[in-house]
Design a protein. Structure first.
Length: 94
């Protein structure tokens, strides 16, 4: 399946128009149309990531077999806050 065909499938399953998806991804609608029409066969990594985030899809969205769920159903675990590089935990030795 072409990338453009998969993108159409995902967009329609999300209930979004081309305009709405382009706006959510921060892309010109003409660029999205070119991807869907196959004029742009391989979008850049940045474009693919913008579309993935806007669609709330898994990172495998362009590569998973047809019929496999491509949407993130639940948010992943929260990332713990980054520890300051100057803070170290003291471990007592007995």
């Amino acid at each position: 399946m072409r990338v453009g065909e998969r993108l159409i499938e995902l967009r329609e399953a999300s209930g979004l128009s081309q305009y709405a998806l382009a706006k959510a991804a921060g892309l010109p609608q003409t660029h999205l149309k070119q991807i869907e029409d196959g004029i742009i066969e391989t979008p850049s990594v940045q474009t693919a990531e913008r579309l993935r985030v806007a669609l709330k899809a898994s990172p495998a969205m362009f590569y998973a077999p047809k019929g496999e769920s491509l949407f993130i159903e639940e948010p992943g675990p929260e990332v713990p806050p980054k520890l300051s590089s100057g803070v170290r935990k003291r471990v007592s030795r007995q």
